[in-house]
Design a protein around this ligand. Structure first.
Ligand code: FE2
Length: 206
């Protein structure tokens, strides 16, 4: 029996991948148009997703600031800071995913791309070049402060609106982790003798 041409047998089958496809968005940014069985009003989901996107943009910026610091750090504390910055980077990357997925489950659209994050974040843009350790740590602490301040307001508002899930996530996952990281960083900015203990008479009052 002669072999039949597969394509002629199944005219719709074709091994060619359908590349370079384009179409309109399926949901616009800033909307929570579809109804989910969450028992949360659309107005609440709209306000919460808008606020969470700000928190997301700031968290993505802090995450990237940690990687920049991890790569560019210099000096006698290089190794410990190189490791600490990367640990905090990984923790912030987890938080980014937690916030983004909460935005999606609330029916919103999570910010994702660097250009959109850059336009949205409230954290000051650092230079491309390297900076000394105290400046790196100060920048990171300023970023934590932006996030912590927003977390406190957002948690209270979420609670007021009855969005307990957002309140819990903001407090348990974002606020606490940022407080802990801020403590770890801050202790590096305390003036401490490295080799010689300071004699009692040498200590400055106040
Ligand atoms: Fe690395």
């Amino acid at each position: 029996m002669p072999k039949k041409d597969v394509a002629s047998h199944h005219p719709t089958l074709n091994a060619q991948p359908r590349i370079h496809q384009h179409a309109g968005e399926i949901q616009a940014y800033g909307t929570v148009s579809h109804a989910l069985p969450l028992d949360l009003d659309e107005a609440v989901r709209l306000e919460m997703t808008e606020q969470l996107n700000l928190l997301l943009a700031d968290t993505m910026t802090l995450r990237d600031l940690y990687k920049k610091s991890h790569w560019q750090v210099a000096g006698p504390t290089f190794y410990q800071l190189h490791l600490l910055f990367d640990k905090h980077y990984n923790e912030q990357a987890e938080i980014v995913d937690t916030i983004a997925e909460r935005i999606q489950l609330l029916g919103g659209v999570a910010l994702a791309m660097a250009a959109d994050v850059a336009e949205t974040t409230r954290i000051e843009r650092p230079p491309r070049g390297r900076e000394e350790v105290p400046v790196q740590i100060s920048r990171l602490l300023d970023a934590h402060q932006v996030i912590l301040g927003h977390c406190r307001k957002l948690a209270a508002r979420a609670s007021e609106l009855g969005d307990d899930g957002t309140n819990d996530m903001v407090v348990s996952d974002v606020l606490r982790a940022n407080e802990l990281q801020a403590w770890f960083l801050s202790e590096h900015l305390v003036e401490m003798p490295l080799v010689h203990a300071q004699e009692p008479g040498m200590r400055k009052a106040g």
